[in-house]
Design a protein around this ligand. Structure first.
Ligand SMILES: CCC(=O)NCCS(=O)(=O)O
Length: 349
């Protein structure tokens, strides 16, 4: 039995799970997303260079990845701190910060945010998608990757003593590359050692989530303590969703506040609206999965901050919860989604 057993590890240390309160399980407070840059539509180059003007804000929300500055969330420390204070005022308690190696994780800034705002912040260990893996990372064995991830939880990451409380978001594409496969196996091996929560970023294909779980399970991972992120942009068919839900992971709808006509990373995908996301949650609740659902916004660009007219980190608490209640999800079920399910997931075995 380790000191972690029965506890949740935040950037300020171990806390009792009952202290977490309402929790957003997939957010970013400071990161850079240059790896996600997507060229602007032809003729929009000038707008893309300086879109932070009122007349261009719709363009920016529809083309968030086509403006380099919009991908530098780490420049907005003060705005994010104000957002976290508003999140607490809205009844929020905890943020799981999913920034991992490759998208500029900044553990000291996360620790300062937790100190300044009183919001519990849980940092993520591990690696993002293949395109952000360095050559040195790609040369590492599964054993070395495992040791690195375990050390980020037990001792601290990036040369600091600030410890991670979750493995992830572990990034994978579609198809899953050899380097991502190694990281997934290392994630499972680390989870066996630590009894910790895991969260995955699946590729943008309906088959990707189940394939990731297969790899994790084959390597000994605990699917019941694993969150599959971004289901809102990955699985759309009710039958396929139920088949995936039966595998036993947590089911995360984490792009609340994102509504765009063209999803540039995969034009076959019609990004759902928040109303459609709530409808999907109501369907899963009706099918008996209310104890496996978790939610978030996955804020990872400047334009989603309230400073720029965005919805901010309090959008679910202020706007989506009333909609969930309106669509037949009971208060008890809402509390499971926001409080109980994150608590059970985040508590070390
Ligand atoms: C690091 C931010 C991130 O990966 N967000 C997910 C975007 S999407 O793949 O769901 O479009």
């Amino acid at each position: 039995m380790s000191e972690l057993s029965g506890k949740v590890q935040t950037v300020l240390g171990l806390v009792d799970p009952d202290q977490l309160g309402r929790t957003m399980t997939h957010e970013h407070l400071t990161m850079s997303f240059g790896c996600g840059y997507f060229p602007p539509p032809s003729g929009d180059e000038a707008v893309a260079e300086n879109p932070f003007q009122m007349q261009h804000m719709h363009w920016l929300r529809q083309n968030p990845y086509s403006c380099h500055e919009n991908l530098l969330l780490q420049q907005e420390t003060s705005a994010v701190r104000d957002e976290l204070l508003a999140y607490r005022k809205a009844g929020g308690g905890t943020i799981v910060e999913n920034t991992t190696v490759g998208i500029d994780r900044d553990l000291p800034t996360l620790k300062q945010h937790a100190k300044d705002t009183g919001v519990h912040v849980i940092a993520g260990a591990g690696y993002y998608v293949d395109s952000t893996h360095t050559e040195a990372t790609k040369r590492m064995s599964v054993e070395k990757l495992t040791d690195t991830i375990v050390s980020e939880v037990l001792h601290g990451g990036d040369g600091t003593d600030i410890r991670c409380g979750v493995i992830g978001e572990i990034g994978t594409g579609w198809p899953i590359t050899e380097s991502e496969m190694k990281v997934l196996k290392a994630t499972a091996h680390a989870q066996i050692q630590l009894g910790c929560p895991v969260i995955i970023h699946p590729g943008r294909n309906p088959e990707a989530p189940a394939e990731v779980l297969r790899i994790l399970q084959e390597a000994g991972g605990d699917i019941s303590k694993t969150v599959m992120s971004h289901l809102d942009r990955t699985i759309f068919d009710d039958g396929e969703l139920l088949e995936f839900a039966k595998l036993g992971s947590y089911l995360e709808y984490d792009l609340f506040g994102t509504e765009m006509l063209n999803y540039h990373y995969n034009l076959e995908v019609d990004m759902p609206s928040d109303s459609q996301r709530v409808k999907a949650l109501a369907f899963l609740v009706k099918e008996g999965y209310d104890d496996k659902i978790v939610v978030a916004h996955d804020i990872h660009t400047k334009s989603r901050l309230t400073k720029y007219g965005g919805h901010g980190y309090s959008h679910i608490l202020n706007n989506i919860v009333p909609k969930m209640l309106m669509r037949g999800i009971s208060q008890r079920q809402v509390d499971k989604i926001l409080i109980d399910n994150p608590k059970h997931w985040l508590t070390f075995k």
